[in-house]
Design a protein around this ligand. Structure first.
Ligand code: SAM
Ligand code: SF4
Ligand code: SF4
Length: 393
């Protein structure tokens, strides 16, 4: 096993951090003076493909009827344009399952050649030794693997993929063996009813395997994602008619109203939740490699106790200034709970960023009242932002 040397990653992280803070400052000035053309997003991610080989029943992706993905040749000008516009930046490749894209490695190779930092979030099913070796050689900035249980049968059942746990464990070992110090490995765990008592054990497993771990609560995804046309990422048809409380009613314990993609996963065992969060906070303070801040862990706890509490936070969300998501059909949005506001097949990134639709989108996000745990984009001081950045990236 190679010994990962950290100085290179630390240098890259420091440069990336400086670029991030510069862009963040530009955004605040541009926002105050209403001049979006003076600023750029700080984070970019893309659903490389909407296809997936898993059938996780808490995720909207497997239900899509029509699928899209752009080829390497289509990605090249987009990545070049992003680089010319943003300078040093990181693009996170997700999906669907990003490793199913037929040119996944070639796209990462292109990023490397162009000096673009690439991150990957994967279900881990395709991390064979050959693939892990190839991936590690491309030195992505981070590889995140979704793991929801330390019990193989529970993980496999809920992800609807037999053998997935074993593949993840093998893949982790291969990646650890072949990766350089420039790549950070991360486990991503979605907090649900059936794994809520295992969270401290998952943190232990991460530590034992030389990875960090990040926890996210299961969320109700309200978008209609039929993927049929470039504009086809819309809010659920009755969304506007419902008050925030009515939207949360879907998260009540009433089996008649609970949304299908949250249903059995919503945490009802609040005693187990409290014990797990207390244990994670203790571990975090004792130096375990947990990405969430203590505030974030405690917010996960409050969210399941009373999802309504998020509605009452004065969050004035900045996601539309900070985040850009590129969908596999070229559509752009800034939050996975908001509709799209442009398409790369119809206009350039900068045109989309400064368009009237983007302005409207920024207003909508600032006023957003959805149940959302995306605390990174809520109004914060530069000090809070910097510490969140440092812990999470
Ligand atoms: C949509 S997946 C895409 C990448 C890849 N297929 C994977 O599973 O890692 C990205 C992350 O979103 C999480 N996720 C899926 N549905 C969710 C939901 N309803 N609430 C919260 N997280 C969810 C997954 O567990 C995964 O960690
Ligand atoms: S593997 Fe990822 S994209 Fe696929 S269904 Fe599961 S969470 Fe969704
Ligand atoms: S608060 Fe922001 S990040 Fe959360 S759902 Fe609304 S727009 Fe999206």
């Amino acid at each position: 096993m190679q010994t990962p040397s950290q100085p290179h990653r630390r240098r890259t992280k420091a440069k990336f951090g400086a670029a991030y803070l510069r862009k963040w400052a530009e955004q605040r000035v541009a926002e105050a003076l209403d001049r979006p053309e003076w600023c750029r997003p700080t984070q970019v991610c893309t659903a490389l493909t909407s296809r997936c080989n898993f059938g996780c029943n808490f995720c909207p992706h497997p239900t899509a009827e029509v699928h899209h993905e752009m080829s390497l040749e289509q990605w090249k000008p987009i990545l070049r344009e992003l680089h010319a516009w943003l300078g040093l930046f990181r693009i996170n490749f997700l999906g669907g399952e990003p490793m199913l894209h037929p040119e996944f490695f070639e796209i990462l190779e292109f990023c490397r050649a162009e000096g673009i930092l690439a991150g990957v979030t994967t279900n881990g099913s395709l991390l064979t030794e050959k693939n892990a070796r190839r991936l590690a050689a491309l030195e992505p900035f981070n590889v995140s693997i979704s793991l929801d249980s330390i019990d193989p049968s529970k993980h496999d059942r809920n992800r609807d993929f037999k053998g997935s746990y074993a593949k993840i464990m093998r893949g982790l070992d291969y990646l650890n063996h072949y990766r350089s110090g420039g790549t950070r490995l991360c486990l991503r765990t979605t907090v649900m009813e059936w794994n809520v008592d295992e969270l401290p054990d998952i943190a232990d497993l991460a530590r034992a395997h030389g990875t960090v771990v990040g926890f996210q609560p299961v969320e109700y995804r309200d978008l209609a994602e039929s993927h049929a046309s470039p504009a086809d990422w819309r809010l659920a048809p009755d969304y506007a008619d419902r008050t925030p409380n009515a939207r949360f009613a879907g998260l009540s314990l009433d089996p008649a109203t609970i949304p299908q993609n949250v249903g059995e996963h919503w945490v009802r065992n609040l005693g187990a939740l409290d014990r797990s969060i207390a244990a994670l906070v203790g571990k975090k303070r004792a130096g375990w490699p947990i990405l969430n801040s203590v505030v974030h862990l405690e917010s996960i706890q409050k969210y399941f106790h009373n999802p309504d509490f998020i509605c009452k936070i004065d969050r004035e969300c900045k996601t539309a200034w900070e985040h850009m998501i590129i969908l596999p059909n070229g559509a752009i949005r800034s939050c996975s709970e908001q509709p799209t506001y442009g398409n790369l097949h119809q206009a350039s990134l900068r045109e989309i960023w400064t368009s009237e639709a983007a302005r409207q989108h920024r207003d909508n996000c600032a006023k957003c009242e959805r149940t959302c745990m995306n605390m990174f984009h809520w109004k914060r001081s530069i000090v809070e932002k910097a510490s969140m950045f440092y812990e999470f990236f």
